[in-house]
Design a binder for this molecule. Sequence first.
Ligand code: NAI
Length: 706
Amino acid sequence: MSELVSLTRDGEIGVITVNNPPVNALSPGVPEGIAAAIEQVKNDDSIRGAVMIGAGQTFIAGADIKEFGKITSGQRKEGINFLDVIKAIEDCPKPTVAAIHGTAFGGGLEVAMGFHYRVAVPSAQVGQPEVKLGLIPGAAGTQRLPRLAGVAKATQMCADGNPIGAKEAASLSVVDRVVEGDLLQGAIAFLREKIASGEKPPKTRERNDKLGDEATNAAIFEAARAQAKKTARGMMAPLAAIDAVEAATKLSFDEGCAREAELFKQCLFSDQSKAMIHVFFGEREVQKIPDVPKDTKLIEIKKAAVIGAGTMGGGIAMNYANAGIPVIVKETTQEALDRGMATIRKNYENSVKKGRFSQEVMDKRLALITPQLSYDGFEEADIITEAVFEGMELKKQVFGELDKIAKPGAVLASNTSTLNIDEIASATSRPEFVIGHHYFSPANVMRLLEIVRGRATSKEVIATSMSLSKRLKKVGALVGNCYGFVGNRMLHQYGREAQFLVEEGAAPQDVDGALYKFGMAMGPLAVGDLAGLDVGWRIRKEHAHLQKPGVRHPKVADQLCEMGRYGQKTGAGWYKYDENRNRIPDPEVDKLIEQAAAEQGIKRRAITEEEIIERTQYALINEGAKILEEGIALRAVDIDIIYINGYGYPAWRGGPMWYADTVGLKKVYERVKQFHEEHGELWEPAPLLKRLAEEGRTFADFDKQK
Ligand code: NAI
């Protein structure tokens, strides 16, 4: 046996303990250890049955994700055959019980299903979340789960990857008993009952009574496929998972396992799974800030305040309330305050209606939000977030006021989306406490929080912001201070190309359609209509003096605004909208576009989907490379995480920089060079892109060598 798995005794019962902290993952050595323990249980006449339990906080939480990359990169050849290990557990002639606390996910649940019985504490969770890494269960999960939970539930669990709690698992016979009190003692008592009953230990793989009939199953699979195509658009893993469960209903157990293995392999070696594993590790990587040590002192956040209850302020206040942190919201007029609170209430009511949480939870959260017109109580706030109109003078005025009111040591955050954090900080006597907290709309929904570091921002304030982002259930990414920071600075280039493509010959729905097909949550022009075209228009007007003469800039969006077409809120923008907010292409917009093209001497032409993808994606990537070289983003993976969590970029493409790696930087660079020749200085290739392409390297590899 290995050090990772031990076998001890409780009288006639063998107790197998898996001890591979922190989550008892199935790293090399663990399955071997379990197999050896089971062998010993089998051969030792004084043992009558065995319980397996996880040491520490959980049962086996799943596979060791690092191992997947080793397999696909050829670093690791064949590992131990999990299927055989689980079969050996199942074939043990003495009854065995898996005792589950914490999580039995993925490989953890697959191992547990090999045991004859499963018991769990009420707080335990079980699931097959492999699809979240672009994979499917690969150790017979898709074959055993339908035999326990039934076809419909197993299909759902393997396709959406969401776990279920112990109670539900018990109602589905995935778990045989929920144990209140001590888990190990409960499991041993359960096992002794089974031994006394003389029941033949049931093998999950031989239980076919829940596999249903063909007609019912066909309807289940059809519905599941339709659902997966909607909620996991573009992803292959959920469909593969459904195929594998379907195989369980049509083939023998062994043939079903072979089919599962084939599908698993296809997923494992796909770009999609590699991208999603990159994202999984990326979310952990972005938390590391090279010059801010892990043990940096944190400012304790017990009370918060927000200034402005508009689109963003309201959502930010909800984030605090949702995390159980009391928050004051200040406005300038009663009317604005009432409007803001009404929106917050409506958002909560919608969640209650959808069953996300109870009325009681809503009431508690609302009670944590104090709306007011004064600065009363601000002196007690540990953090104050400003979300007033975007304008430097106003922001400086607000920060000047905060400087007088806030207690020493309070974090002063601005939600500005474009303005210079250093200049805002200069309105205070304590720039080291000033930082950007750039949320994304809707702020209570979008996971991204760009944390903008100013020149003077202290390490404590950065570390506190990073830690706070977790408490607020956000993904915090630290970025440098420049116009648009990381996300919007790149978006600017992307949006510009989308509009140029329209002027050059593509219809708005062609551009949006191609990018939607690529996997973006929405096309850029439709996003513009949703967010309000007037927002960018106002900013452009303010910055008009900075526009370089002779450099092309998009014309149509401004013209749409001049016509009062601000997007959905005015019923028309790039598209027309009906009463249900359905997008309808508008011939009037086509005319406007043709006119704008004619005025600029652009000869309109047919534009392929490929060009739409290249122009928009490579614009993102080229700007991303500049941002990386300037140190505005810490790593390429930070940019990926920002795009996936803030801009609807498909996780299965791994983010724009990872996508560039999958295309190949040489190809990306060649096209950027061509675009540079054709379209001029806006396409100046980023020196870093050029260098990496010429050296045959990738952004991922740049991150590693940093
Ligand atoms: P908004 O116009 O919806 O809300 C601003 C609110 O601030 C208004 O309700 C206004 O009455 C209030 N306000 C103005 N001066 C105030 C003062 N001195 N004291 C208290 N309240 C005051 O604007 P929105 O969209 O919420 O934007 C706020 C900030 O967030 C801006 O800096 C914006 O650039 C930024 N932001 C906006 C995003 C968006 O998608 N709307 C996304 C990310 C950042």
